[in-house]
Design a protein around this ligand. Sequence first.
Ligand code: AMP
Ligand code: MG
Length: 329
Amino acid sequence: MDIRLLPLLFLVLLAACERNHATIVHRSAPYMGTTVEITVVAGSTDEGERAISEGFSEVARMELMFSSYRQDSDLARVNAAAGHGPVPVPRPFVELLEKAKKVAEVSDGAFNPLVGPAVKLWGIPEAPQVPSREELERLLPLTALGGLSVSAADGTVALSRPGMALGLGGIAKGYTAERVAARLRERGIGAGIVAVAGDIRTFGTRPDGQPWRIGVRRPRAGAEPAAVLEMGDGAVSTSGDYERYFELGGVRYHHILDPRTLWPARSGTAGVTVLAPDAATADGLATALFVMGPQAGLQLVQRLPGVEALYIAEDGTQSASAGWPGGGS
Ligand code: AMP
Ligand code: MG
């Protein structure tokens, strides 16, 4: 089977620009099953490189907490203990789960971090297969959000039934981008971009005072971006059916599941891009909005302060929220 991985957003980095000795330093590295790119504005290349190295250490730390692929992750410990009481977890784990629960609530369950067992069964992208209807139906009761307890006071997470499993692939990349940006700022970096695949956090401006420019890819074809976003302090995430998928018998099976059925969500959407105040929210909401489709999704966006969205349908039609830069439709 043919598995394809495609970037969803791309950075429009013009030539490194020097003014007031400020320079743009950029590095990418493979983490979290994808490519992570860190860009900083620094006083010198050395200073920038040091900050970027620290940024990647933070990425590695987050991967060790949230990875579904590593037996030694905190996530694996929590999942292994399903049905056996609360498990102590590091502070960022609690923080991310609280965010995940919030996105699940506002999206009325379209975002659901308990789809973990179904994601594993579909095996996208490493061992893709179409599970039987019965297998998926059997997993549905394990995805009830009431079975997930998070205690910030105790620093613990509990899954109520054996077989339940968290899968944080829909929100951990954005959360990581947010953490890395915060870390860079703490050590005095005033501007930069952290991009974990299609989950991007920007802060500050380019050395010449211009905003960062982030291109939104057209899902089905063409090198021309569907939109170019000018970003200062903010976050943008894209979820699409063209990022991780396989085709079988002419049908495209992608990696975003409708929690009501545990089948790939079909709402006529090829991709949705979300602007939000922080990158974890942008990431979680992009996944949720993909499941919800443009009608319900744009209604939700309207109620959320600081959030805007652009939908691109399978036929290329675009629809955006009222406050989307350049105008809604
Ligand atoms: P994203 O690329 O951020 O939209 O996240 C997609 C990933 O999130 C998938 O690869 C799954 O690991 C996981 N996932 C799939 N469907 C859902 C869903 N409805 N809610 C939460 N996470 C999901
Ligand atoms: Mg997401």
